[in-house]
Ligand binder design. Structure first.
Ligand SMILES: Nc1ncnc2c1ncn2[C@@H]1O[C@H](COP(=O)(O)OP(=O)(O)OP(=O)(O)O)[C@@H](O)[C@H]1O
Length: 206
C-alpha cells in the first residue's frame, strides 16, 4: 500500500501510515490524544478524505469507503434526545431495510446485548453518557453492516460495561470488520490487529 497521509492546511496529522486492516477481525487504532485516530477513522468511513495514499482493508488493494457497507459509532452521542433508546436503535435496523416490526425486535435484542434491556423505553435525554454511548453502539449493531467504525466506544463506560462491550466485540469479530479508536487497554487486549500512531519514527502496524 502507498503511505497514507492526512493534512489540515499546512499541518500534517499523520503521514507514512502503512496500515492493513484485516477483514472480519477486530482492529484497534491507538495513539495519544491528537495523533489522528479519529481522523483516520473518519477518512476510512468516508466522512473525510486522505490527503494522499491508500488504506488496505482485507484483500483489497485499495479500500474505498462505501456508506452502505459501514456503520459508524461516533465519539460521544448523536442520539435523538426526545426519542427512546428503542427508537434510536431502530433507526439502525430501519436503515438496513427492515420492517418496523422486525426493526423493533432487532433493536430490543441489541439493547439487551449492550446491557440496556431495562432502559428500552427511556428517552435518550434521560440516559447517562455511558448509556448513550451504548445506544450508539447498539444502533450500529442493528444496522447489520459488514464494517463497524467506533470512536472511543468505551470512553464513558465503567469497567463492567466495558467488559460487556468487549464480549460483544469478541462475538462479532469473526463475522464483521471492526475498527476502533481507543485508549482502553481492555479493548486493546481483545484486538487481533493494532495500528499504533505513536511509535517513534512514525506510524506502524503491530
Ligand atoms: N477538520 C479539522 N481541521 C483542522 N484540524 C483538525 C480537524 N480535525 C482534526 N484536526 C486536528 O487533527 C489532529 C488529530 O485529531 P484527532 O481528533 O484525529 O486525534 P485523536 O488521536 O482522535 O485524538 P483524541 O484521542 O483526543 O480523540 C488534532 O490536532 C486536531 O486538532
Amino acid at each position: 500500500m502507498s503511505d497514507a497521509r492526512v493534512d489540515f492546511g499546512n499541518i500534517t496529522v499523520f503521514s507514512n501510515l502503512n496500515a492493513v486492516f484485516p477483514a472480519n477481525a477486530l482492529s484497534v487504532v491507538v495513539g495519544p490524544s491528537g495523533s489522528g485516530k479519529s481522523t483516520l477513522l473518519s477518512a476510512m468511513s468516508g466522512y473525510s478524505r486522505l490527503t494522499a495514499g491508500r488504506i488496505r482493508l482485507g484483500d483489497r488493494k485499495e479500500y474505498l469507503p462505501d456508506p452502505r457497507q459501514v456503520a459508524w459509532v461516533p465519539q460521544g452521542s448523536n442520539a435523538l434526545a426526545a426519542r427512546s433508546a428503542l427508537a434510536n436503535v431502530m433507526i439502525g435496523a430501519l436503515s438496513a431495510g427492515m420492517t418496523i416490526a422486525d426493526a423493533e425486535d432487532r433493536a430490543r435484542v441489541e439493547l439487551g446485548r449492550v446491557g440496556l434491556g431495562d432502559r428500552i423505553l427511556t428517552p435518550a435525554r434521560l440516559l447517562s453518557g455511558g448509556e448513550l454511548q451504548r445506544v450508539g453502539f447498539a444502533r450500529a449493531l442493528a444496522a447489520s453492516r459488514p464494517i463497524i467504525f467506533a470512536d472511543e466506544p468505551s470512553a464513558s463506560l465503567d469497567l463492567a460495561a466495558t467488559r460487556r462491550l468487549r464480549g460483544v466485540l469478541f462475538d462479532l469479530r469473526s463475522s464483521t470488520t471492526i475498527i476502533i479508536a481507543t485508549h482502553d487497554q481492555e479493548l486493546v487486549a481483545a484486538a487481533e490487529n493494532i495500528v499504533d500512531l505513536r511509535k517513534p519514527g512514525g506510524p506502524y502496524v503491530a
